[in-house]
Design a protein around this ligand. Structure first.
Ligand SMILES: NC(=O)C1=CN([C@@H]2O[C@H](COP(=O)(O)OP(=O)(O)OC[C@H]3O[C@@H](n4cnc5c(N)ncnc54)[C@H](O)[C@@H]3O)[C@@H](O)[C@H]2O)C=CC1
Ligand SMILES: N[C@@H](CC=O)C(=O)O
Ligand code: NA
Length: 447
């Protein structure tokens, strides 16, 4: 028989009071798990979890039957004040920020799925949690159900992460997948993602890359022990992509994905961070290319561990509620047993690199005059700026303009600044009718 636990309990087995802020797609599923798994959760925590209230905007709005209407309140502050654990799934900056600060300063532990808030003002929340000696957990904020915050913050903390590559937005992955496989247009695919509960309240946050940028900032902060904020992330969404871009990706052996990338680049004093979100051409054989629908995946390259991939459902009420409940159990256990979990560290304080200095391979698609000497002119503009060409493909499209050819150039690694200067110069050439697209190509590390 094992010895009795010598650590003091803070509750003596009394129920822990849980307050839920927000009862939408995720909140409803959190209520379902708290209700249907109550007995098992109590065993895992060492004390019952009692849902003491659910803060909503409108108590009379229609709700899933699993939500006990007697728990609904519009007085979120009063609810926060009588909770041991506050679960925030309302989203947005205010009033979520004020409520979570109130909770932390009052000594409650906090679980949140709110990546927008963490990426904008995480350090204020972390400081409040530190000052009060309580937990602030947020596994659901990055890649939904996939355990990635905990692995990066805890499991890999003894290693040195070099690069994190993520498909971290389910909506945009769903949209790109539907465009590639079913020929849907962007608006129709976004409407489907909204109906399935993947999209943010304002889906612009998804398609313009803000949601992925928030997750990139959180992952970069954890992986590189540096405070990276939303504004530090160089961001491009998917609204500029066309059906042709998606089709050409396939023709050149790639799949178009919206990637969130955080990488430590070499340089003096430990180097700098390149943190960006942008559509990228992923070679069809890379594990990230096979991530379909609303699934997410985060590919981590670490010095000792090598390559790791975390894959699963990154959006949707039920998957996200799994991550929320995992955190609720962790913080509740800490309250029962005493102590708190690992906290953020930002000792490295690496600067974030100027986006113009970021290096990538690129693919340019041009519409050019189909006549002798044009390829040489184009190649000379690249050479003039030190950009080396890896591959060239030229075709005359059956439905193309008269006398025009499509030229697809893939470059070796170049800086974004050199590439953009080249694109401007190409646009000025008489023989170049249009620079139709400029896309990054994922750099694949040799094993
Ligand atoms: N839906 C998903 O797949 C995922 C969502 N998240 C995050 O979870 C959070 C919630 O997302 P969803 O449930 O999808 O959003 P939702 O829009 O379905 O639900 C949010 C709920 O909070 C309520 N709310 C907003 N402000 C309020 C206030 N001041 N007082 C009381 N209630 C208020 C809204 O009326 C709504 O019912 C967001 O931070 C989101 O980014 C994270 C991972 C996945
Ligand atoms: N809107 C987000 C939800 C999860 O964070 C997404 O589409 O991934
Ligand atoms: Na997660």
């Amino acid at each position: 028989m094992s010895a009795p636990n010598p650590r003091p309990t803070t509750t003596g087995g009394a129920p822990l009071r849980v307050a839920l802020l927000g009862c939408g797609v995720v909140g409803t599923e959190v209520v379902r798990l708290l209700t249907t798994q109550a007995a098992e959760l109590a065993s895992r925590v060492g004390a019952p979890l009692e849902l003491v209230g659910v803060a909503v905007r409108d108590v009379s709005a229609p709700r899933d039957a699993v939500v006990d209407r007697a728990l609904l309140t519009t007085d979120a502050e009063a609810l926060v004040d009588r909770a041991d654990v506050v679960v925030e799934v309302m989203g947005g900056i205010e009033p979520a920020r004020g409520l979570l600060l109130r909770a932390l300063r009052g000594g409650a532990s906090v679980v949140t799925a709110n990546k927008a808030l963490l990426a904008q003002d995480g350090p204020t929340l972390y400081a409040a949690a530190d000052a009060a000696g309580v937990d602030l957990y947020f596994e659901a904020a990055v890649a939904g159900a996939i355990p990635i915050v905990r692995p990066v913050r805890e499991s890999l903390v003894g290693d040195r992460v070099r690069r994190v590559l993520g498909i971290v937005n389910g909506t945009t992955n769903y949209v790109l997948d539907r465009m590639a496989t079913d020929g849907l247009d962007l608006a129709a695919a976004v409407a489907e993602a909204q109906a399935l509960g993947y999209a943010e309240a304002d889906p612009t946050a998804d398609v313009e890359g803000h949601d992925a940028a928030a997750k990139a900032a959180i992952l970069a902060s954890l992986a590189f022990h540096t405070r990276v904020r939303l504004d530090d992330v160089d961001r491009t969404g998917i609204t500029g992509l066309t059906a042709q871009d998606v089709a050409w990706a396939a023709r050149t052996g790639h799949v178009l994905k919206l990637l969130a990338v955080a990488e430590q680049v070499d340089g003096p004093d430990g180097g700098a961070l390149d943190v960006h979100v942008r559509p990228a051409l992923v070679p069809a054989g890379h594990p990230l290319a096979g991530v379909r629908g609303a699934f997410n995946a985060v590919f981590v390259e670490a010095e000792a561990a090598g390559e790791l991939m975390f894959y699963g459902r990154g959006a949707g009420g039920a998957p996200t509620s799994s991550a929320v409940l995992g955190d609720v159990v962790s913080v509740a256990r800490h309250r029962v047993l005493g102590g708190r979990g690992p906290v953020e560290s930002s000792y490295a304080e690496l600067p974030v690199q100027d986006p113009g200095l970021a290096r990538s391979r690129f693919q340019l698609r041009l519409e050019v005059d189909d006549r002798p000497g044009v390829l040489a002119q184009v190649a000379s503009e690249l050479a003039e700026r030190g950009i080396s060409i890896e591959a060239v493909q030229q075709t005359v499209e059956p439905d193309g303009a008269a006398g025009a050819a499509v030229l697809v150039l893939t470059t070796h690694t170049a800086t974004a600044a050199a590439l953009h200067a080249t694109v401007e110069a190409l646009r000025d050439l008489d023989a170049v009718r249009d620079v139709v697209s400029v896309l990054s190509v994922l750099r694949v590390e040799e094993p």
